[in-house]
Design a protein around this ligand. Structure first.
Ligand SMILES: Nc1ncnc2c1ncn2[C@@H]1O[C@H](COP(=O)(O)OP(=O)(O)OP(=O)(O)O)[C@@H](O)[C@H]1O
Ligand SMILES: [Mg+2]
Length: 339
């Protein structure tokens, strides 16, 4: 049995991988709609570009918040649009087998609802796979082996840590801290230090440009763009990456402490395996400059280099084999009727 489509339904981004084709969707989990009648007018990048700029009659939302689906109808609309777009890029026709990874905080009922939504786009079978397995598979790990592996996924709102070995989970924890908390910390810092009130989108942009959690060889410089706190006029203040490290310290400490706790809670033999292979660091939040080095410095365990850490979950979901799909870490919904 092969999976045809792998989906990472994330709080910040939805990624879809198609077998033999690769990543076909990598878009923000954002929806813009008309308040009256709830008509959806934009999804993904187009909707994200509208954030913080819409007139009263429009609203732009992230329908999945803090790892939980907060607006089911909009999530379903978004998911359907992405799956349909992905299916059109498939070469082979016939009903696909789909494997989905959902946010860790999702309830059983919501899991069912996601399954249902994907199912109704025309899937033959829908598997919901626990994320650490998908991340490990996507990172190229043989999860059936008796070696222990640690997966640390820094997403938008959560950091999920799991230790897996022989196809099972030895330790798992979900900390309510992620990439978006760096943005929030930067907003607070700019307000306090530079009297600048920044918006969500420009803050993330600044983070992508010069965000750091570990010193760079040479300080990078960016601009905090927003409004003056007192007069409310537009302003642009130069900021150094070293200031961002300071702003983000509390958040990066939380991530580090969660990893330390995971290592402390893991049996010695497995810790040995983990340090030999290196921590598998995934998720967009892990891309902030210096995260690898900070983890290695603070824990003494090296981090394995992964090409695109934000894409491995969808890739792994699409490449899950029978061994995983038949395990207890998966729930399945099977087509009973033709659509
Ligand atoms: N180059 C980068 N530098 C710093 N942060 C980044 C970078 N690229 C993405 N991010 C951050 O990564 C986060 C999104 O990560 P990701 O796409 O893995 O989240 P998600 O899977 O949707 O969320 P979750 O797993 O919490 O449901 C955002 O906070 C984003 O700002
Ligand atoms: Mg994620």
């Amino acid at each position: 049995m092969n999976i045809d489509i792998g989906i990472d339904l994330g709080t910040a981004n939805t990624v879809i991988y198609i077998r033999d084709k690769g990543i076909v969707v990598n878009q923000p989990s954002v929806v813009a709609y008309e308040v009256k009648g709830k008509k959806v007018i934009a999804i993904g990048n187009k909707a994200k570009r509208m954030m913080g700029k819409t007139p009263e009659e429009l609203e732009v939302v992230k329908p999945i918040k803090n790892g939980v689906i907060s607006d089911y109808t909009l999530t379903e609309r978004m998911l359907k649009a992405y799956v349909m777009a992905a299916m059109q890029k498939r070469k082979i026709w016939g009903k696909p087998n789909v494997c989905v990874c959902v946010p860790s905080g999702i309830t059983e009922v919501q899991k069912r609802a996601v399954e249902d939504a994907v199912f109704r786009t025309g899937a033959k079978k829908v598997y919901i796979l626990e994320e650490p397995f998908a991340a490990a598979i996507g990172a190229g790990v043989d999860i059936e082996s008796n070696k222990g592996h640690m997966v640390v996924d820094i997403g938008a709102g959560t950091t999920d840590i799991a230790v897996i070995s022989q196809g099972g989970i030895n330790y798992s924890a979900s900390e309510k801290v992620g990439g978006d908390d760096f943005d929030e910390a930067i907003i607070k810092y700019m307000k306090k230090r530079h009297n600048v009130l920044m918006g969500e989108v420009s803050t993330e942009q600044l983070k992508l440009e010069i965000g750091s959690v570990y010193p760079r060889e040479k300080d990078a410089v960016g601009y905090a763009k927003g409004k003056e706190l007192v007069r409310g006029l537009p302003t642009k203040v130069p900021v150094k990456s070293s200031e961002i490290i300071e702003a983000c310290e509390e958040v990066s400490d939380m991530v580090i402490n969660a990893i330390k706790l995971a290592l402390e809670s893991t049996p010695p033999e497995l810790v040995g395996d983990i340090s030999e292979y290196g921590i598998i660091l995934t998720g967009g939040g892990s891309k902030i400059f210096g995260m690898n080095r900070l983890i290695t410095e603070k824990t003494g365990v090296r981090v394995r280099r992964i090409e695109c850490p934000e894409l491995v979950v969808a890739t792994g979901a699409a490449n899950a084999k029978d061994y995983v799909l038949n395990s207890e870490h998966v729930t399945v919904l099977e087509s009973q009727q033709d659509f």
